[in-house]
Design a protein around this ligand. Structure first.
Ligand SMILES: CSC[C@H]1O[C@H](OP(=O)(O)O)[C@H](O)[C@@H]1O
Ligand SMILES: Nc1ncnc2[nH]cnc12
Length: 294
């Protein structure tokens, strides 16, 4: 064992992991409600994995209905050290053709109907989000994607997170393009923000399924086309995960060099005597490390 416990959040088209050994399923509840489904634990290449399907069994949760706080809490409670997200996404750039894997490194968050923080009245925290993903895990994921034979692996890119569930209008799509966005999806926010609050390094592999609707009116994004491309992508996503665990199995985990694991040290600004004891209790898994200091 090398200290890595990899949490995997599987998005559209990635509903289970194959090849896991010693599989255990856990139904968990959290102070924020229920996660999307059971946690599936097991080992791959000797590395402990905890898998969660983002949209739940049979894809019954829309992006706005996903309980992102419960998902991140459940993974933290399960002892994961790092989170890898796998997502379907639309492309905003000609060169990011369907089948490309973009390891995004920035976000523009346009979602508005979701709970975005574990903190709130009675315990306020402001964590840094300038670099929203873990550089180390992203680089490892990119390397793993290349060894899985993905033809176009792109390191870095801006993900526009939209509320959905409807796809964008053509005017919106053209606007996001003019902003320089690379890919578009509906789920990585507030997931990445919550992972940061939970002091968990997060990286996101975005698998391009379509050109949204900016490019060619004859091939506007369509859910059936997305699912066909995802079916192709999911084999490579499995190979990527396997390659990533192989690297992890040979490398002892050290704390994230960017300090993500201690980001709450200076983020909580509510004076101890003004903290809401109920919220503090709900925060014990996420922030107990610092809140217990008083
Ligand atoms: C099924 S296409 C739209 C859907 O797919 C993406 O979800 P995920 O990130 O979980 O793969 C996208 O964000 C939308 O929610
Ligand atoms: N074009 C698109 N817009 C938003 N989410 C997506 N997921 C996959 N393709 C998408």
């Amino acid at each position: 064992m090398t200290g890595w416990v990899l949490g995997i959040i599987g998005g559209s088209g990635l509903y289970q992991l194959s090849g896991l050994e010693n599989v255990r399923r856990q139904t968990v509840e959290t102070p924020w409600g229920s996660p999307s489904g059971q946690l599936v634990r097991g080992t791959l290449n000797g590395v402990e994995l905890v898998f969660l399907t983002r949209h739940g069994k049979g894809h019954h949760l829309s992006p706005s209905a996903i309980n992102y706080r419960a998902n991140i809490h459940a993974l933290k409670r399960a002892g994961v050290t790092d989170i890898l997200s796998l997502s379907a996404c639309g492309s905003m750039k000609e060169e990011l053709h369907p089948g490309s894997f973009v390891i995004v490194d920035q976000y523009v968050d346009r979602t508005y109907a979701r709970e975005k923080s574990f903190f709130g009245p009675g315990c306020v925290a402001h964590v840094p989000m300038a670099d929203p993903v873990c550089k180390r895990l992203s680089a490892m994921a990119a390397e793993a994607a290349r060894s899985a034979g993905v033809e176009n692996v792109v390191e870095g890119g801006i993900y526009l997170a939209m509320e959905g569930p409807q796809f964008s209008t053509r005017a919106e799509s053209l606007l996001y393009r003019s902003w320089g966005m690379d890919v578009i999806g509906m789920t990585n926010m507030p997931e990445a923000k919550l992972a940061r609050e939970a002091e968990l390094p997060y990286a996101s592999v975005c698998m391009v399924t379509d050109y949204d609707c900016w490019r060619d009116a004859h091939s506007d994004v369509d859910i059936n086309d997305i699912l066909k491309v995802m079916a192709d992508n999911s084999g490579r996503a499995h190979d990527l995960i396997s390659a990533l665990t192989l690297v992890m199995s040979k490398q002892e985990r050290t704390p994230d060099p960017a300090g993500i694991g201690s980001v709450l040290d200076h983020a909580i600004i509510t004076a101890p005597e003004h903290r809401d004891p109920d919220l503090v209790a709900r925060l014990s898994t996420i922030a107990g490390r610092v809140l217990s200091r008083g």
